[in-house]
Design a protein around this ligand. Structure first.
Ligand SMILES: Cc1cc2nc3c(=O)[nH]c(=O)nc-3n(C[C@H](O)[C@H](O)[C@H](O)COP(=O)(O)OP(=O)(O)OC[C@H]3O[C@@H](n4cnc5c(N)ncnc54)[C@H](O)[C@@H]3O)c2cc1C
Length: 414
């Protein structure tokens, strides 16, 4: 007797979608399961590399590949823009009318910078004096702006949290400082970091250490700045409380939002993130829907490391769920983020829902070799090595040797 295979649909073939597809195809029998992935295009960018393009540390070709070679052969890959999910009917509708039925749905469509959400961003100076490095095109355009830079006010600005890789704007500032010094332009440049937060970062110890790193470099920090609009003619950003900050070159991190179809489908919060249980990534509204990676509303960093660790937990739970057992694995919010700080050095953050980033060594006590929240060459090497690890170990779903749960070993609690 033949039975109809169960169907798993994965929306988004980026970091989280690719890892989960590679892991699950090894575990789910091809006769019993059909796995379908949907993505709007066949481009896979190593997004951490966007940071390096403006400074010519990575070339565009090093960070952009096609998706198909990184996906398992026996999945159905559908190229198309997702229009909406009908969670009651267990159907996904694509633009152009195609429909997909599912038994289980994984939403992994990430988060996207939305310059359209702040008035004045998308004017004639967008990708010129109003730059950004959260897209491939933005990073490449900023490289051209850098080539022409002769000095002035360089303003790095965060619109609102959460953003993916919340340390990336700080990294950009550190790298800009180092690049300006190397090119003899630091004296001629006023470097300003503008944030809606009350300090350099979200958590107290990290905020102190990173704030110190900014002041050592002579960076002016403007806190509590909630942007209202950009005036491209006057070259100022204006806040809701009518503060104005002038720039010659602005590098803005636009508001980040989950995909619009999530909102249209009634599955998202006000920023189109899917509300999920923070330990299982299961939708709080529909038990057969999970949101992985940046698409969910987990109260931890939106980062590739979080996508990776949480997918490991999800896969173990999913195998229990489809066997009719309770899900026994719990994601702790583990994030592990390198912060490139210029001059061939970097810092490292390792934290979870309950433990804020601390100083210490990683992964081993005393010997490291990485240093937590302190600059070191080992961290810089770790950051550079990660591009290779991403394509060759992480995306194919091979074991990385790092536990999904955060460990206290080597950390110095204050
Ligand atoms: C500048 C920068 C630096 C970063 N640095 C780091 C770092 O150092 N360390 C780290 O851990 N993380 C870093 N990140 C974050 C990391 O890249 C993301 O957190 C990670 O890629 C999230 O994976 P995801 O699968 O959730 O989303 P993504 O990888 O973004 O994938 C989402 C996929 O969904 C598809 N999609 C979206 N909407 C639709 C739709 N409507 N229809 C069809 N398909 C759709 C997209 O095409 C895409 O393929 C950085 C990000 C940026 C921008």
């Amino acid at each position: 007797m033949t039975t109809t295979p169960k169907s798993l649909v994965i929306l988004g073939a980026g970091t989280a979608g690719t890892i989960v597809a590679n892991k699950l195809t090894k575990l789910l029998g091809a006769d019993e399961w059909s796995i379908t992935m949907v993505d709007k295009d066949d481009i896979h960018d190593y997004q951490p590399g966007y940071l390096f393009i403006p400074f010519d540390i990575n070339s565009p070709g090093q960070i952009r590949k096609t998706k198909r070679p990184y996906l398992p052969d026996d999945i159905n890959l559908v190229m198309g823009e997702i229009d909406r999910v009908d969670a009651e009917a267990q159907k996904v509708y694509l633009e152009g009318g195609r429909e997909l039925d599912y038994d289980y749905l994984v939403i992994a469509t990430g988060t996207t910078p939305r310059p359209d959400q702040t008035e004045g961003t998308l004017g004639p100076e967008f990708h010129k004096s109003v730059g950004e490095f959260y897209t491939f095109e933005g990073a490449v355009a900023l490289r051209e702006q850098a080539k022409a830079w002769k000095g002035g006010r360089l303003v790095v600005h965060i619109t609102e949290m959460p953003i993916k890789c919340p340390v990336a704007p700080l990294e950009f500032t550190f790298l800009a400082d180092a690049w300006l010094r190397e090119n003899g332009l630091r004296e001629a440049t006023e470097l300003v970091f503008v944030t809606p937060l009350d300090g350099a970062f979200t958590k107290p110890i990290a905020s102190r250490e990173l704030g110190d790193a900014l002041s050592r470099r002579g960076v002016t920090v403007e806190t509590d700045f909630m942007i209202e609009h950009i005036d491209q003619e006057k070259k100022v950003i204006v806040s809701f409380d009518e503060r104005e900050i002038a720039y010659d070159q602005l590098v803005t991190i636009p508001l980040n939002m989950g995909a619009d179809y999530v909102g249209r489908s009634g599955l998202g919060d006000e920023l189109n993130y899917v509300p999920v249980d923070k330990h299982t990534m299961q939708s709080t509204a529909y038990p057969n829907i999970f949101a992985l990676g940046d698409a969910g509303n987990l109260p931890t960093s939106k980062a590739g490391s979080v996508a990776h660790f949480s997918v490991e937990i999800f896969v173990e739970n999913f195998m229990e769920l489809i066997a009719g057992k309770p899900m026994t694995h719990s994601f702790d919010g583990h994030a592990n983020c390198f912060i490139e700080s210029g001059n061939r050095k970097g810092m490292l953050l390792d934290f979870n829902y309950d433990t804020e980033p601390m100083t210490g060594t990683f992964p081993l006590p005393k010997v490291g070799p990485m240093t937590l929240l302190k600059e070191s060459y080992a961290n810089h090497l770790g950051k550079l090595a990660f591009r290779h690890i991403y394509w060759n170990v992480l995306l194919p779903g091979r074991p990385l040797g790092l536990p999904a749960e955060m460990k206290m070993t080597g950390k110095n609690p204050e």
